[in-house]
Design a protein around this ligand. Sequence first.
Ligand code: ZN
Ligand code: ZN
Ligand code: ZN
Length: 758
Amino acid sequence: MAVSSWLASNRSPTARRILRVRGTIQGVGFRPFIYKAATALGLRGSVWNDPDGVVVDAEGDPAALEGLRLRILEAPPSRARVERIEVEEAEVLGLGAFRIRLSEEGRATSARVSPDLAACEACLAEMADPADRRFGYPFINCTECGPRYTIAHDVPYDRSRTTMSGFAMCAACAAEYEDPRSRRFHAQPNACPSCGPRIWVAGSPARDAVEAAVTVLRGGGIVAVRGLGGFHLACDAYDTQAVARLRERKRRGEKPFAVMFSELASIESETVVDGAARDALLGSNRPIVLLPRRDGSRLAAALAPGLREVGAFLPYTPLHHGLMRAFGGPLVMTSGNLSEEPIAAGNAEALERLAGIADLFLLHDREIHMRADDSVVRVVLGQERVLRRSRGHVPGAIDLGFHGPAVLAVGADLKNAFCLTTGEAAILSQHIGDLESYETQRLWSEVRENLERLFGVSPTLVVHDLHPGYHSTALARRTGLPLVAVQHHHAHIASCLADNGRHDRVIGVAWDGTGYGPDGTVWGGEFLVADLAGFERVGRIRPVLMAGGDAAVREPWRMALSWLMAAGMGPERIATPGGETIAAMIRQGVGVVSTSSAGRLFDAVASLAGVRQVTNYEGQAAMELEALAVTTEEQYPLPVVGGPLLEIDARPLIQAVVADLERAEPVGRISGRVHSALAGAIAETCRRIRERTGLATVALAGGCFQNRLLTEQAVGRLGGLGFEVLLHTRVPSNDGGIALGQAAVAAWRAVHVPGDSR
Ligand SMILES: [Zn+2]
Ligand SMILES: [Zn+2]
Ligand SMILES: [Zn+2]
């Protein structure tokens, strides 16, 4: 202890305070930070993890105790997010020298597993230093960075329960691990070149594996790179032929590829990066950020055909940093899988599954326990919004704000993620994918078992979508537990409420492609008066008939035909083979279902405008229509009619679009007017619902609100009418976020709706 603080603590009265720190503070170097701060302030006592965060029991000069509280609030470790500190005065006991208590001591001290963290600046500096013993080491990490969720298979989180258990630390690493002053104090994945994991090229004795990979990439080849949550398939992002080859081999029609850049400046030279996007790119979860491509960008157009934006991200593992530095230019880094299968994670598995795709395999021997794809975000209205919540976010909890039973919400079928609740915490799984395939369903079960174990949750209630034919509904039934069904669009709105920490009744605008309505029709352009307990449908887009089920989703021209006929115009405007058959089906009402879907209305417009007749990924037609749009205040007629169920009648809009097409108006202007009209109709419908209900808050949710133009315009119009607007931020607005809403509804009903047995 320094003499000055020794004098201080002898002169002043001594106090003891217990500080309970809450937030994202485990696995980010928080206890060593407290240790250093407390010892510097001359305090005595200890610090430890508890299930809700970190607890500090400190004794000493009251001014020093206050100093510690301020340090925690004002200068915590860079990766920590302190939400609040509860301070409790306690009886002075004469505590011993300050120390860090370990997870093993005491009962409820099990540390939760935190999300994986991108390599920190301090580690990267060491990695770049030829004098450092970890110079160039692709697995360098510390308490503020490195793998967490993807390597942990049980709790409490320590090395023996991770895939690092097989690597015995060398003396130098062990000394760091034991030293409370070290950045690597209890850094569970701590390793170095002499004791830790290594990289190599499959079937090759190449001494420098990274250099071998770079040679293949320079020659236009495709390299499978084992990363943090699985394999990436990499190729030169400037090389049009390499990108085309990757598409062909991966059997990935036109779905966009993400691009990894070596540094922020390179992203800025190819795309437009604003403040919020920069923060997102540099965040410790290093997501893929969708950014507008600059004119004259050298990136291969085939990266994201038909779209104005490209998904860009920065390296997040030391291996990525090494690879990017050696290669120089941007690399396509897309999930290592075939089409819609789960991402490959094991070496043997990748060698088998990606055999026809990759020319070279860059492997390593730190096993990936949990697969996790890269997360995807988009900045809308100046704020980062998660579109795919996966690596770097999971298993971070979302606070429900109320205590409920342990619930498993199985999610929807597309973009599946499920949700577990325990107490007030909702834990959303990583992105699982499309439950159509057996492999994805198996992954679903694997992730579920893992999360239940990590959080010690045994669900007593299982929530599923109302859709009787969903694979997720079948998975729910298979659990044998009591079931609750929640309607798709109610779940979207509930998810938006939970994402915003709200429980009040709102006007919910749930717009997406498809969701099963309680009346057996396809919903998707809904206005609900909703809270967590229930909902009432008060408005919708006027339904039309949709012919041929899923085919109508893949083939937007079918919806164009439906809308033309509904608007009293001849179906012959759609000159597609099979058009007459579809027209006959609609006329006779055979093989059709009624739909109020907003997504299908977007499809119809995209088809009429000649943007796209057949899609090869979900939402493609609407995304391309948005990409073409010229922002305008002009709008097509789109009246809101009827009551008590209000209806947005899109027939005049369709007629006006056709008239503009006949006048050869540019597609971008037509698209702009459509977006503007839809935003206007949303605002007008909400205004009329407010007249009736007095509700002044609107929640916008569902896949359509990934559309920036629609969202910005709707928020603008609603704001102009004095509405408060809730949007998603932490959880996807698409079906990837629906499980949170399902869970919130079921947990709320179990607590607040006595005798509810739905
Ligand atoms: Zn680090
Ligand atoms: Zn070592
Ligand atoms: Zn949906």
